[in-house]
Structure formats: structure tokens, C-alpha cells
Design a binder for this molecule. Structure first.
Ligand code: ADP
Ligand code: AMP
Length: 239
């Protein structure tokens, strides 16, 4: 990895409707910059699968396409961000999703820098993925995920070499429970109602970068690398 990509990159926040390509791009950013992808959706699904207290509390809302309460998600993120692999930066995929979560994240990052100045957790680079809504349904209904390595496919747009089998490790691909038509409609409505204001929150502070994510995956990746590498790292907001 070049020196440029190994610098302290800080937090990267990916906003965008379900199906915009946040997970797909997060994996590429994680490989390039050597920082972890923190997908709140993945963490919650793991909790549901392991039947933890959090998973049991979150399950009903997730299956309806609604958001899990802010306090539960923020506590989960706080635990994860304290891990050492987040010291040089991390990618938040699917968080923050409400104005309360965004304000919480700013306060959390500021506090962490005060507590441990070595952490280099400056204010996040915030990227919003813009995609034509008519394309999202095909992206979501065609999505398949490898439960072993997490690679994301699309039966219409990025199919695996062998039907329903992961190219990397041969595992049978799975369909997410919430990628059904009725739940997709609710998830999109939830995005408009609760997450669009988050982009406005960052926009007002001059911290929002918009990316046209309605292009081939490699083109979106190239633009993200460029935007991130041209971005001046700023101190935590409010300093
Ligand atoms: P999100 O994490 O934002 O919900 P994903 O990364 O899981 O979105 O992508 C949703 C679906 O769209 C997947 O099936 C993925 O293969 C496909 N996809 C992602 N990016 C693109 C793109 N630029 N063009 C076409 N399909 C894409
Ligand atoms: P995702 O994998 O990002 O599409 O998220 C799947 C589901 O997990 C969402 O529909 C919500 O129910 C829940 N979820 C994920 N992230 C959050 C968040 N930041 N706040 C609240 N709920 C979330």
C-alpha cells in the first residue's frame, strides 16, 4: 500500500438509500486504506442471529424495515469504535441514520480525541451516494450476499460465475429477509423521512460530498478514492 493511503484517514461516513452501493464500496475502501468497515446493519444482523439481548430487541423493527432505536444503535457503535483497529480510521456504513445519531457521533468523536489524542479521529469525511430511485428496486431484489466472506453480488447486475455460489469460497449465497418488495418500500420511506435530514445536517456545515452512484461500480470506486485522497483532514467538529 502506498504511503498516501496509509496515512491516518479518519472516519468515513457513507450515506445513501438502501441499495445505493454503500456495502460494495465500503469493502473496497477498507482494502485500500486498511481500515475496518463498520456496517450497523451487519452488526445488528449478527446480533439477531446470535439471539443476543440487542438482537432480540432489534429484530421486529428490522423485519418491518424501520429503524432500531437510536440508543441501542449508538451503544453498539460506541463499543465497536473503541476497538484498536479503528485507531487510524474506519468506515461507517449505514450510520448515522437519524439527526440524533449524527449529533451523537460528533460528540463521541470529540470526546475520544480529548481522551486519547493519538487516535487521530478528526471530523468525518461524509459521502452521500445518489442513485435514481427506480434503479434501487432491481439492486435490492437482485442482491445476494456470501455469508462466509460478505461479498455482495447481484443476480441481474453483478452475477456470480456459478448461479447462487460465491466466486471466492464456494459458499451458497443468501437473500436478506428485508430485501422483499413490501419491506423495501418501507425502508425507502424510512430513508426519506429519517436519514435525508442527516445529509442536510452535514451539508449545512459544508461537510457533505455527493457522489453519483448511478454508474458502474469501478467508476464509483475511482471517484471515492479521489475525493477521499483530496480531502483535507479537519479536527473534530466544534474544536
Ligand atoms: P447498500 O449497502 O447501500 O444497501 P449494496 O452495496 O449492498 O448497497 O448494493 C446493493 C445491490 O446493488 C447489490 O446487489 C450490489 O451488487 C448492487 N450494486 C452496488 N453498486 C452498484 C453499481 N454501481 N451499479 C450496479 N449495481 C450495484
Ligand atoms: P442495512 O443493512 O444498512 O440496510 O440495515 C438493515 C436494517 O438494520 C435497517 O433497515 C434498520 O432496521 C437497521 N439499522 C441499520 N443501521 C441502523 C441505524 N444506524 N439506525 C437504526 N437502525 C439501523
Amino acid at each position: 500500500m502506498a504511503e498516501e493511503v496509509l496515512r491516518n484517514i479518519g472516519p468515513i461516513v457513507l450515506l445513501g438509500p438502501p441499495g445505493a452501493g454503500k456495502g460494495t464500496q465500503s469493502k473496497r475502501l477498507s482494502d485500500r486504506y486498511g481500515i475496518p468497515q463498520i456496517s450497523t446493519g451487519d452488526l445488528l444482523r449478527e446480533n439477531v442471529q446470535r439471539r443476543t439481548d440487542l438482537g432480540i430487541k432489534a429484530e421486529a423493527q428490522m423485519s418491518r424495515g424501520e429503524l432500531v432505536p437510536d440508543n441501542l444503535v449508538c451503544d453498539m457503535v460506541a463499543w465497536r469504535l473503541r476497538d484498536q483497529d479503528c485507531e487510524r480510521g474506519f468506515i461507517l456504513d449505514g450510520f448515522p441514520r437519524t439527526a440524533i445519531q449524527a449529533a451523537w457521533l460528533d460528540a463521541f468523536l470529540k470526546h475520544q480525541v480529548l481522551e486519547n489524542p493519538k487516535r487521530h479521529l478528526c471530523s468525518p469525511i461524509v459521502v452521500r451516494f445518489d442513485v435514481d430511485y427506480n434503479k434501487l428496486s432491481l439492486r435490492l431484489t437482485g442482491r445476494r450476499t456470501c455469508p462466509t466472506c460478505g461479498r455482495i453480488y447481484n443476480v441481474h447486475l453483478q452475477p456470480p460465475l456459478v448461479d447462487e455460489i460465491c466466486d471466492v469460497d464456494g459458499t451458497k449465497l443468501i437473500i436478506r429477509d428485508d430485501d422483499r418488495y413490501e419491506v423495501i418500500q418501507e425502508r425507502l420511506a424510512t430513508y426519506e423521512r429519517q436519514t435525508m435530514p442527516v445529509a442536510e445536517y452535514y451539508k449545512k456545515q459544508g461537510r457533505l460530498i455527493s457522489v453519483n452512484a448511478d454508474r458502474p461500480v469501478d467508476e464509483v470506486t475511482a471517484e471515492l478514492f479521489q475525493d477521499i485522497e483530496n480531502h483535507e483532514t479537519a479536527p473534530a467538529s466544534g474544536d
